[in-house]
Ligand binder design. Structure first.
Ligand SMILES: Cc1cc2nc3c(=O)[nH]c(=O)nc-3n(C[C@H](O)[C@H](O)[C@H](O)COP(=O)(O)O)c2cc1C
Length: 158
């Protein structure tokens, strides 16, 4: 199974999750893990599985991830399994209840990544997933690396 993991990361937390996902997959998955800035769009040709992850910034993926998704031709992911993840602030770590409500209502990057991947023909294997950080710059909440590794196993099982 030819697998590509594309991620963006400003403070390094999403990168840690992408690496955990990558490490969790076996040699059979032939995984390549690339930061979005290093991905040429030709890379998606011939893939069996594409996993895309981004920090949630203003309820959305980063600009670089959005631009990458826009560069995928329509139906360019036909027959390809896809999955999406993000990192996001844990609601329990937001002190202001107003801000908590805004963040909750605003939504998260993984859902819009997943929608875009599906729009381009991809078969979503698992619901979009979010991994939690404890503050604006991180760090990741305890146990999130392990949860990412478990999630990756489910993605390839489906
Ligand atoms: C400008 C900015 C906007 C953010 N917007 C959101 C948001 O809308 N929702 C959320 O849950 N977290 C938000 N965060 C927290 C980020 O999700 C957090 O910085 C990210 O998970 C860290 O990942 P990274 O280390 O890979 O950059 C924001 C952080 C910054 C700096």
């Amino acid at each position: 199974m030819k697998t590509l993991i594309v991620y963006d990361s400003v403070f390094g937390n999403t990168e840690q999750i992408a690496q955990a996902i990558s490490n969790s997959l076996g040699p059979k998955e032939h995984v390549e893990t690339l930061r979005v800035h290093d991905v040429k769009i030709e890379k998606i040709t011939g893939l069996d599985l594409l996993i895309v992850g981004s920090p949630t910034r203003g309820f959305r993926p980063t600009k670089a991830i959005t631009n990458f998704l826009k560069r995928i031709p329509s139906n360019g992911l036909k027959g390809v399994k896809v999955a999406a993840f993000d990192t996001r602030i844990s609601l329990s770590d937001i002190k202001s209840s107003v801000l908590r409500t805004i963040v909750k209502i605003g939504g998260y990057a993984a859902r819009s990544i997943a929608n875009r991947l599906k729009k381009n023909g991809g078969n979503l294997t698992m619901p979009p997933e979010g991994f939690l950080v404890t503050g604006e710059k991180g760090p990741l909440k305890k146990g999130e690396i392990e949860r990412a590794a478990d999630w990756a196993k489910l993605v390839i099982k489906e």
